[in-house]
Design a protein around this ligand. Structure first.
Ligand code: SAM
Ligand code: ZN
Ligand code: ZN
Ligand code: ZN
Ligand code: ZN
Ligand code: ZN
Ligand code: ZN
Length: 493
């Protein structure tokens, strides 16, 4: 049966999405069957659901790359591959692994730091630290010379961000947000930080620890292999967060396990900032695996404890994230990025960053900076944005996007300032919304109050998969429709 929706995630908030179909992550028909692998580890099973259409065929596609150009893996769930094709795929996967092993990277790094300053070069064209033996090969390339130890400690400044929205979406924290996060982690007393897709935070924690000798440790897990040039084995693992895949196998997994289980799991937090187009469900499955790894190292009397987590993601994923992690709250803090033109500090109204921190740490333990426009609400017992006013009817500071929301007595809740109550739809919506019908409701019965996955008629609509049919169209890369949904959503807030 199809698992709860993935591709519909960005539809939170009762908006006026105009999608006709969405891609969901799906559970395999045979749970024992291992997923085929692409160069990025086990693939995920997807299903494209369309309004009014029968259950379509499921297919495997890359978990990490949302653009066919980056990884074009595709296989129908019920497709049988010949031995020859399987062998060719295996060879292809091998060929598409990083050119250097983790051990080779470390050896190169140790040689590099031994070089005198004048011999420390970085090739900007290849995004690679060069040893003297490499110079000739890169002589025509754009080179940076005299790479200092300070530069080596800030690889996110040396490397260009991989902004390719559909795969890496490498949006780096603005200095202000990065310092706030690192400061908050220190104030909360964490001594180890598992950074999942947060290279700049990793860097900041290590810089601060080197400065104040606090001994706070950080381990970065990221799919961006370029970072492996700058860190020893105990501080970086090449990792895919959509399928919990360690590219360097068991040895890397053990590094992560040891990090989580040190001091019987005390004093550690996981911080993650996944690419925004990413599906919540595979991420949640991965994070639960990391939580389980941490739990294995706990003593019996601590078994009720939760691994502290900061999950940084846009606010409109709140209900989706809380569905998987009911103990999470969304903080009002707006996370800003350096290289994201849209989301920068100082912007107002709809231009404010939609990115927030979701956490299982009680909000009353988290102080947000007053000088950046946050205040403490004594009724809610948490810090909120200045414009987020306490609604006496909802008994809560209700704004999600930092603007002042207004209470609708007909909907009995606070709504965005730009929304008005529509008597046709019997709910608040944007003034230019279409009252025409079930466009953004359930794909099966059309009702507006639930999505396809929660439809009482879901069993009736399901049919067994159809046999292979050569005329059946191969769906586009699964993530694409989701990304589109996300960008529609971006337009709306
Ligand atoms: C939105 S950026 C977050 C960066 C963070 N704001 C920082 O400045 O430290 C997403 C990060 O996740 C990484 N990433 C993207 N896809 C990934 C995947 N499948 N597995 C692991 N990391 C991934 C990117 O390389 C990037 O570092
Ligand atoms: Zn792949
Ligand atoms: Zn080069
Ligand atoms: Zn309040
Ligand atoms: Zn209200
Ligand atoms: Zn209303
Ligand atoms: Zn209407």
């Amino acid at each position: 049966m199809a698992a709860p929706v993935g591709g519909l995630e960005a539809e939170e908030g009762g908006g006026a999405g105009r999608r006709a179909s969405a891609v969901e992550v799906s559970a395999p028909s045979d749970p024992a069957a291992p997923a085929p692998r692409c160069p990025h580890g086990p693939t995920l099973l997807f299903v494209k659901v369309s309004q009014g259409k029968e259950e379509p065929r499921k297919f495997y596609a890359c978990s990490a790359c949302r653009d066919r150009k980056d990884c074009n893996f595709f296989q129908w769930e019920d497709e049988k591959l010949s031995e020859a094709r399987l062998a060719a795929r295996e060879a292809y996967n091998q060929r598409h692994q990083p050119p250097l092993s983790r051990a080779q990277c470390i050896e190169r790094y140790l040689s590099f730091v031994q070089l005198p300053l004048t011999q420390r070069k970085f090739c900007q064209s290849c995004q690679q630290l060069l040893l003297p033996a490499d110079w000739r090969e890169h002589s025509e390339h754009q080179l940076l010379s005299d790479i200092s130890i300070t530069q080596l400690r800030k690889p996110s400044q040396l490397l260009y961000p991989l902004e390719n929205k559909k795969t890496h979406a490498q949006f780096l924290f603005a200095d202000r947000s990065c310092r706030f996060l690192a400061g908050l982690l220190a104030t909360l007393g964490f001594r180890r930080v598992l950074c999942v897709g947060t290279p700049r935070l990793h860097e900041q924690i290590r810089l601060t620890a080197a400065g104040d000798r606090s001994n706070t440790k950080s381990l970065l897990l990221d799919i961006d292999f370029r970072y492996s040039q700058f860190y020893l084995e105990d501080s970086f693992c090449h990792y895919n967060m959509f399928n919990h895949h360690f590219f360097d196998g068991k040895a890397a997994l053990e590094v992560c396990r040891a990090f989580l289980q040190e001091e019987e799991g005390e004093g550690v937090i996981m911080v993650t900032d996944p690419p925004f187009g990413g599906l919540v469900e595979p991420l949640a499955i991965t994070f639960k695996k990391l939580i389980a790894m941490w739990k294995e190292g706990q003593s019996q009397e601590d078994s009720h404890k939760e691994l502290p987590i900061f999950w940084i993601f846009p606010y409109f994923f709140e209900s989706r994230i809380c569905q998987f992690f009911p103990s999470f709250h969304m903080l009002d803090y707006q996370v800003d990025y350096d290289n994201h033109t849209l989301y920068k500090h100082g912007k107002t109204g709809r231009k404010q960053s939609p990115v927030r921190i979701f956490t299982n740490i009680p909000p009353d333990r988290i102080t947000l900076p007053i000088e950046e426009g946050y205040r403490f609400c004594s009724l809610c017992q948490r810090y909120v944005s200045l414009e987020n006013q306490h609604c006496v009817h909802c008994n809560s500071c209700t704004s999600k996007d930092g603007r002042k929301w207004s209470h609708c007595f007909l909907c009995r809740k606070c709504v965005k300032p730009s929304w008005i109550h529509c008597s046709t739809c019997n709910r608040c919506a944007l003034p230019d919304h279409s009252c025409a019908g079930p466009k953004d409701g359930c794909f099966i019965c059309g009702a507006l109050d639930h999505k396809r996955s929660n439809c009482p008629n879901i069993g009736i609509a399901k049919r067994p998969n159809k046999p292979v049919c050569s005329t059946e169209q191969v769906p586009r890369q699964p993530w694409l429709s989701h990304t589109e949904t996300l960008s529609q959503n971006k337009e709306r807030f």
